[in-house]
Design a protein around this ligand. Structure first.
Ligand code: C2E
Ligand code: CA
Ligand code: CA
Ligand code: CA
Length: 278
């Protein structure tokens, strides 16, 4: 490790320099994108596997950089975390989603909305107050807001996570464990958390129809989660065979390119109609 760092400073590494410049530029441009409307949200349907009904949509942030084009959320969320901008970004996303969701509720589209939190948001003291204030007028609709927190974020500091989740739960929002199966949480740890939903990570779902080991993992995860009274979502459904298996095993909700790609807020009503007509 130390040797590698020594080499990096004494020898010219064009690739690394370019990467560093790109990161500096992205960090600074992200700052203005958050302030000046450079980001937008896409929404991906989460369907009832039994009836095919649209139950929720997951909000996914998008950044089309004016010069560099599409920047993956994984890249710029990581940079936001590293550069101290993550809470500003999450706050902005919460507001954008609240505006979009209000518009589709008013248009008669009856779907809940799921929002991703970063691991660092769990230690943000203002989080609960911001959620309460941004979704303040929603009252009995609070349960229609789901907050997705990754399994690994929950396990970073389980006690702090638990305190935050309890405060959020008191607001009436629904809580979901994202990317389940990629962390190291045990059944007993999960049982103590005030969560209502578990999302099986897409790495177990993408090749489900051809991988017997993934089938074993997914099937037992569904049974285990049901035993704990949790709803189960499978993400990454890319073909009919996979969806059929999940239906057979009683998986509650499904999400994936086979069912619907993420779409803009403007296209959501049309997508909902197309899904209802399938
Ligand atoms: P995630 O929360 O696990 O989101 C699911 C990702 O899987 C999304 O990628 C989605 O487009 C993709 N996906 C959905 N269906 C399929 C499928 O059938 N096949 C495949 N191969 N992929 C599928 P996306 O939008 O690029 O987001 C990547 C990650 O970035 C998210 O993973 C999440 O960790 C993060 N992210 C995205 N939007 C937000 C946000 O608003 N806030 C935060 N904190 N993180 C976000
Ligand atoms: Ca998610
Ligand atoms: Ca996920
Ligand atoms: Ca993920």
């Amino acid at each position: 490790q130390a040797l590698q760092q020594g080499v990096a400073v004494t020898r010219y590494e064009p690739g690394q320099d370019e990467n560093h410049l790109r990161e500096l530029k992205l960090v600074s441009d992200l700052h203005s994108a958050i302030r000046h409307g450079g980001l937008h949200m896409n929404y991906q349907p989460k369907l009832d596997n039994r009836t095919g009904q649209l139950l929720q949509v997951e909000a996914l942030v998008r950044w089309i950089h004016p010069e560099l084009g599409f920047i993956s959320p994984e890249e710029f969320i990581f940079l936001a975390e590293q550069s101290g901008q993550i809470h500003d970004l999450t706050d902005h996303i919460l507001q954008r989603v609240a505006d979009d969701a209000r518009a589709w509720f008013n248009a008669g589209l009856d779907a809940g909305v799921a929002i991703n939190l970063s691991a660092m948001d769990l230690t943000w003291p203002a989080l609960t107050d911001r959620v309460a204030s941004i979704f303040g007028g929603w009252h009995h609709n609070m349960a229609r807001i789901t907050l997705e927190v990754t399994e690994s974020a929950l396990m970073d500091d389980p006690e702090e996570a638990m305190a935050t989740l309890n405060r959020l739960r008191d607001l009436g929002v629904t809580l979901s464990v994202d990317d389940f199966g990629t962390g190291y949480s045990s059944l007993s740890q999960l049982r103590k958390l005030p969560v209502q939903e578990l999302k099986i990570d897409k790495s177990f779902v993408l090749k489900l129809n051809s991988e017997p080991q993934d089938q074993l993992i997914v099937k037992s995860t569904i049974d285990m989660a049901h035993g704990l009274g949790l709803k189960v979502v499978a993400e990454g459904i890319e073909n009919l065979a996979t969806w059929k298996l999940l239906q057979t095993w009683g998986c509650d909700l499904g999400q994936g390119f086979y069912l619907s790609r993420p779409v803009s807020a403007d296209d959501l009503a049309q997508t909902a109609v197309a899904l209802a007509e399938r």
